[in-house]
Design a binder for this molecule. Structure first.
Ligand code: FAD
Ligand code: UDP
Length: 405
């Protein structure tokens, strides 16, 4: 990393609301609750059709969990933990490219195992160093097949790993990390959780295999500032939907907060996992060899340490780190994929489907463990469903009838 120390925009948060120029009316075509990816994409799409849009967020900043800002040392950090953009969908990259330039970034993670730092996802290097062997790429599948346990019906997050790499690697890399992160044993979590992590027989040590692995060049908040910078969009920050819902009317509401909260927890709260983020700045330029070091041992209370400069490419004489401590209480970050939670969500979903004039979009509103690109895709698809004419027109295709707002 070379060049002058860079100044990043978006550093005014949370000292003042953005932007100052707007003052709320009491009626809008669309009210959007939440200024994260789901809400901001929907707001931008409706505003482009000429609809007036009010975006509310109870936090004092835009960008939801993707919010980044310069810390007091001037290092660009992600307030809510590391956010790495990766996707296979060219149309999502094309859409977001209207609001940002990108820098290429391939994410790499090492796991601290004893004194060693080993690549995760498990690859040939991990296996050779962990078992002290010297397997070729051709040897690895057979070696893993001998280690793997027979699981006739792969259902849980334990099953996925045990049936792929066997017990030693499972217990070292997955069991403790997952128990810390989710507060339950991997055997009680849906298989989709650990299935996020591939196993590789070669030396590829990238965390993701997606076609596009890029970061917004000036940060996520800058991307959101551009997305929301539209004359038809009014932004109110530090305001809860509950605070204003009797004063503001809208022809349509798009809600991106927690679905159980919208319905006053009528069927009981949906379980979420939370995190406490501990941010630190060190007086050295670099602290660890890669952006993220994972700590699978249950003896260590945090799950991972992130060093942001690897993600952002920033040059600075100091470095800032974030430690993640999983917690049961706190902001809802992770919907917990378990069958009983899916059943509870289904009851809320039925209620949501039967609520006219309100559309539920995003990770919290649809109770899905979605990445950013999936939320953008969901928001674009929702807009197309609500406004087929305009969506088709915007894509340059022939218009079709019907509209929502
Ligand atoms: P959010 O970003 O949560 O936005 C919802 C917004 O609604 C919030 O700002 C909230 O304040 C507001 N809100 C809620 N209720 C109300 C209300 N009643 N009134 C007013 N405002 C309200 N994804 C990736 O692709 N790559 C990653 O590397 C990655 N890392 C992650 C790391 C962590 C620690 C976490 C927690 C998530 C990570 N994600 C990652 C997922 C990513 O954060 C989400 O996919 C994305 O932010 C979801 O966007 P959203 O708009 O649905 O929700
Ligand atoms: N996981 C693990 N050990 C690791 C990395 C991941 O056990 O070193 C498991 C853990 O259950 C985690 C899940 O795999 O929650 C998905 O990991 P990912 O990095 O995708 O989690 P996120 O970035 O969404 O927190």
């Amino acid at each position: 990393m070379t060049g002058p120390e860079r100044h990043y925009p978006g550093r005014h948060y949370p000292d003042r609301h953005y932007p100052d120029r707007h003052y709320p009316d009491s009626h809008y075509d669309v009210l959007v609750v939440g200024a994260g990816f789901a809400g901001s994409v929907i707001a931008e799409r409706f505003a482009s059709t000429g609809r007036s849009v009010l975006v509310l967020d109870r936090r004092p900043h835009i960008a939801g969990n993707a919010y980044d800002h310069s810390d007091s040392a001037g290092v660009l950090i992600h307030r809510y933990g590391p956010h790495i953009f990766h996707t296979n969908a060219a149309q999502i990259v094309d859409y977001l490219s209207r609001f940002t330039e990108w820098r290429p970034y391939e994410h790499r993670v090492l796991a601290q195992v004893g004194d060693a730092l080993l690549p995760i996802p498990i690859n040939r290097t991990t296996i050779n160093r962990f078992f002290n062997v010297a397997l070729s790429e051709q040897d690895v599948p057979e070696f893993l097949a001998r280690k793997a346990e027979r699981v006739p019906d792969v259902k849980t997050s334990a099953d996925v790993v045990l049936s792929t790499v066997g017990r030693e690697l499972y217990e070292t890399f997955f069991r403790g990390y997952t128990r810390k992160q989710w507060g339950v044993d991997p055997s009680e979590l849906d298989k989709s959780v650990t299935a996020r992590i591939p196993t590789r027989t070669n030396d590829d040590d990238r965390y993701f295999s997606d076609r596009f692995q890029i970061m917004p060049r000036l940060g996520y908040t800058h991307l959101f500032e551009n997305m929301l910078d539209h004359p038809k969009i009014t932004l109110m920050l530090g305001v809860s939907h509950q605070d204003v819902r009797d004063q503001i009317t809208a022809r349509h509401i798009v809600y991106t907060g927690p679905v159980d909260e919208y319905f006053d927890f009528r069927f009981g709260p949906l379980p979420y996992r939370s995190l406490r983020f501990e941010h630190k700045t060190l007086d050295i330029p670099q602290a660890q060899p890669v952006a993220v070091v994972n700590f699978p041992s249950e003896q260590v209370k945090y799950t991972r340490i992130t060093e942001f400069k690897h993600l952002t490419g920033q040059t600075h004489h100091k470095t800032s780190l974030c430690y993640e401590y999983p917690t049961a209480d706190g902001d809802p970050y992770y919907p917990i994929p378990r069958p009983e939670n899916a059943a509870l969500y289904a009851r809320y979903q039925a209620l949501a489907d039967a609520t006219p004039g309100v559309t539920f979009v995003g990770r919290l509103a649809t109770y899905r463990y979605y990445n950013m690109d999936q939320v953008v895709g969901q928001a674009l698809a929702t807009f197309s469903r609500l406004m087929p004419d305009e969506a088709a027109h915007m894509r340059g295709a022939a218009a079709t009838p019907s509209s929502a707002a």
